[in-house]
Design a protein around this ligand. Structure first.
Ligand SMILES: *[C@@H]1O[C@H](CO)[C@@H](O)[C@H](O)[C@H]1NC(C)=O
Ligand SMILES: *[C@@H]1O[C@H](CO)[C@@H](O)[C@H](O)[C@H]1NC(C)=O
Ligand SMILES: *[C@@H]1O[C@H](CO)[C@@H](O)[C@H](O)[C@H]1NC(C)=O
Ligand SMILES: *[C@@H]1O[C@H](CO)[C@@H](O)[C@H](O)[C@H]1NC(C)=O
Ligand SMILES: *[C@@H]1O[C@H](CO)[C@@H](O)[C@H](O)[C@H]1NC(C)=O
Ligand SMILES: *[C@@H]1O[C@H](CO)[C@@H](O)[C@H](O)[C@H]1NC(C)=O
Ligand SMILES: *[C@@H]1O[C@H](CO)[C@@H](O)[C@H](O)[C@H]1NC(C)=O
Length: 225
């Protein structure tokens, strides 16, 4: 008995090292894997989507392909295309489905809003025609990057966006289908003190835009008035 115990204490540090080795991917939290799969099934894959998506700002083109296609229950969601988990906590903190040929309505009851730890969310260059930007986007309180551009969202940009006080990058440009509505530009963005990039290209803005509303801003794209 004593000998077995001794061996165990000899190898324990190695077992520990193995278990906590950063090369081992975290196992995706079950509820978050489920939420992602539900999200996947809300949309169809658009067979007619163009082969490339263009980032006008950076002049960078991205090849379009269905990133969600191979997501399935039998694999660890931290290894799914477009999904990244935190190295320490194992929570899903990044979802990048840019240019993924997703097509369908984006509802307020979307399971996406269960991923409350997201820091980066990129849904740009998909086809959510006719969908409103849900006020629930304002509940992603950890977000530093939010890109909803060129995905055919319509209507008012909800004032709850102002809750995202950690945002560094916000891109919501559309095709004259989005507007700030009656919201006051200054009130909406004065809480976003960390903003470095704001892209509201082709969003209808009726209120005046103060010239000094954020001190960190390095990139600003607004519609011509
Ligand atoms: C953008 O890419 C096109 C095609 O590759 C090139 O002709 C053009 O010079 C680029 N523009 C900038 C601003 O880099
Ligand atoms: C499940 O995911 C794995 C890894 O991405 C992939 O190789 C496999 O084809 C997928 N299975 C289905 C049924 O999509
Ligand atoms: C989500 O809301 C839409 C529109 O209100 C509805 O059609 C759909 O059935 C709802 N989905 C779930 C899972 O509740
Ligand atoms: C999403 O992925 C694309 C292509 O790899 C990249 O250019 C973009 O910066 C990513 N978005 C975010 C928010 O990290
Ligand atoms: C500003 O951000 C904080 C979170 O940091 C939030 O609680 C508050 O409601 C926001 N204020 C406005 C006016 O949105
Ligand atoms: C934005 O302005 C354009 C041009 O004035 C107009 O055609 C469009 O309907 C407006 N969109 C919204 C959502 O208000
Ligand atoms: C912008 O300038 C106005 C007038 O000078 C000032 O009242 C306001 O506090 C300034 N806002 C910021 C964010 O610096």
């Amino acid at each position: 008995m004593g000998y077995v115990k001794f061996v165990f204490f000899m190898i324990y540090p190695f077992l520990r090292q193995l278990a906590f080795s950063s090369s081992l991917p975290h196992l995706c939290p079950q509820d978050q894997a489920l939420a992602l799969l539900q999200f996947k099934h809300m949309f169809t894959i658009d067979p007619d989507a163009s082969d490339y998506c263009g980032h006008i700002l950076t002049n960078q083109t991205i090849q379009s392909y269905p990133r969600t296609l191979l997501w399935n229950k039998s694999t660890n969601c931290c290894l799914w295309d477009g999904v990244h988990c935190d190295k320490m906590s194992g929570q899903v903190i990044e979802l990048n489905l840019t240019c993924s040929r997703l097509q369908g309505k984006f509802h307020s009851n979307s399971s996406l809003f269960q991923l409350s730890n997201l820091k980066r969310l990129d849904l740009s260059f998909n086809d959510f025609t006719g969908s409103l930007i849900s006020p629930k986007f304002g509940e992603f309180s950890s977000l530093t990057h939010l890109d909803l551009s060129d995905s055919s969202f319509t209507g008012l940009i909800p004032s709850e966006i102002s809750h995202l006080s950690k945002l560094h990058v916000l891109r919501i440009n559309g095709l004259n289908e989005l507007s700030l509505g009656p919201h006051n530009f200054e009130l909406l963005f004065k809480n976003l003190t960390q903003l470095r990039e704001l892209n509201l290209d082709s969003v209808n803005i009726s209120s005046t835009i103060p010239s000094n509303f954020s001190s960190h801003l390095t990139t600003l794209r607004l519609p011509y008035t």
